[in-house]
Design a protein around this ligand. Structure first.
Ligand SMILES: NC(=O)c1ccc[n+]([C@@H]2O[C@H](COP(=O)([O-])OP(=O)(O)OC[C@H]3O[C@@H](n4cnc5c(N)ncnc54)[C@H](O)[C@@H]3O)[C@@H](O)[C@H]2O)c1
Length: 350
């Protein structure tokens, strides 16, 4: 039985905690959070009695085999590195780090050499629509994929709190939402090597806190300071194989409705992954738009338990680590280049 602990027991941790509890190969043994009240509450809710306010004390417990890290972005690299060094398997939430640093690169090196599983939380890869499309692509149905387009625009969706604090989050919607868009599109395109990035970021609207009559998601802990992250970002990424990817994302924008689109174009066919899977091809001089008949043709929460099940299987049974930290590092290098390009107002070569 794999003994798992969760470090950082805020909002997203519940998905992972419940996935561990439902998995017969794992046991939930300890929690850690710097917020003691939340730590106690979460412990009581889930019947976990080993509670730590300092992750170092948790890592010193030899009975713990694996950790799931769901802290703020600024501590992912530090805690993941310490956990691997302490001999634990690691699942760390996205983004791997709030920015590219020597420490993040060292974590990448450590993840390559350790015999422990080191995974990053790229949950969209585990959704049914992504699985079906990946198989479709791998069987050559799309030919050479030369374009990816990923768009997630919120009119009113700045979570506030630490999400709006550059020093903790590392950025706004591009780090928070763009990381998912980038990862899933790049993964489905066959993980080509990024070579140039041209990007823009703006912050005209902030949190739009004065807007009424419309509800919006808010982080648990709000701060009395204005957001200093971008509210909109876009980027064009070119890859070594000649393919390109356009990404745009916002926390706040004057647009008639929230938008979500993840689309791929190839030499033999196309696909829309989100909001709902569509396969585009042609036959006998006719364009065919196929809609796979599935319970969940769009992203569904079941992907969260799938990713934890896959992590547990990799730790216990040695199955493939489908979201290695090396991938998180490549996505981080693209995010980093996006912010650098936007800051310098010019195209950047990686
Ligand atoms: N994969 C996804 O779809 C998804 C969704 C939401 C959040 N996330 C990621 O999960 C992470 C957590 O997000 P959240 O929305 O749960 O945030 P949150 O603020 O609700 O929870 C984070 C918790 O971590 C604790 N914490 C912070 N630093 C710590 C440290 N050094 N040691 C111990 N505890 C610490 C905080 O006190 C808080 O309770 C973020 O990195 C976020 O990007 C991923």
């Amino acid at each position: 039985m794999l003994k798992i602990s969760v470090i950082g027991v805020g909002s997203i941790s519940s998905m992972h905690i419940e996935a561990v509890q439902a998995n017969a190969k794992a046991e939930l043994v300890a929690f850690c959070d710097i917020n003691e009240a939340r730590l106690k509450e979460k412990g009581a809710n889930y019947g976990v009695t080993q509670l730590y306010v300092d992750y170092k004390d948790l890592l010193a417990n030899d009975a713990i085999d694996a950790v799931i890290i769901c802290t703020w972005n600024d501590s992912h690299v530090e805690i993941a590195t310490a956990a691997l060094e302490a001999g634990k398997h690691v699942f760390v939430e996205k983004p791997l780090s709030r920015q590219m640093t020597d420490e993040a690169r060292k974590l990448g090196d450590l993840a390559k050499t350790t015999d422990k599983i080191a995974s990053v939380g790229m949950v969209r890869r585990y959704a049914d629509n992504a699985r079906v499309l990946k198989q479709w692509i791998d069987q050559g149905n799309m030919g050479d994929i030369y374009y990816g387009k990923a768009s997630l625009l919120r009119r009113l969706g700045h979570p506030g709190g630490w999400f709006g604090k550059q020093s903790i989050s590392g950025g706004g919607p591009m780090v928070d939402l763009g990381v998912h868009l980038l990862d899933i599109t790049w993964y489905l395109m066959g993980k080509p090597r990024p070579v140039t990035v041209s990007a823009n970021t703006t912050n005209y609207l902030g949190g739009r806190d004065h807007i009424g009559y419309l509800s919006a998601y808010k982080a648990a802990d709000q701060l009395d300071e204005p957001s200093d992250v971008e509210d909109f970002a876009n980027a064009l990424i070119r890859f070594e194989n000649g393919a390109s990817l356009y990404i745009e994302t916002s926390y706040a924008m004057h647009t008639p409705q929230d938008e979500l689109l993840i689309q791929l174009a190839g030499s033999k066919g196309g696909a829309v992954l989100e909001p709902s899977l569509k396969l585009i091809t042609e036959a006998n001089g006719v364009i065919l738009n196929a809609e796979p008949q599935m319970d969940y043709p769009g992203f569904h929460e079941h992907a969260y338990s799938r990713e934890i099940d896959a992590f547990i299987n990799a730790c216990v049974e040695g199955t493939a680590n489908e979201t290695p930290i090396a991938d998180g590092l490549t996505v981080l290098s693209m995010l980093d280049a996006i912010y650098q390009s936007a800051g310098q107002k010019q195209e950047l070569r990686l």
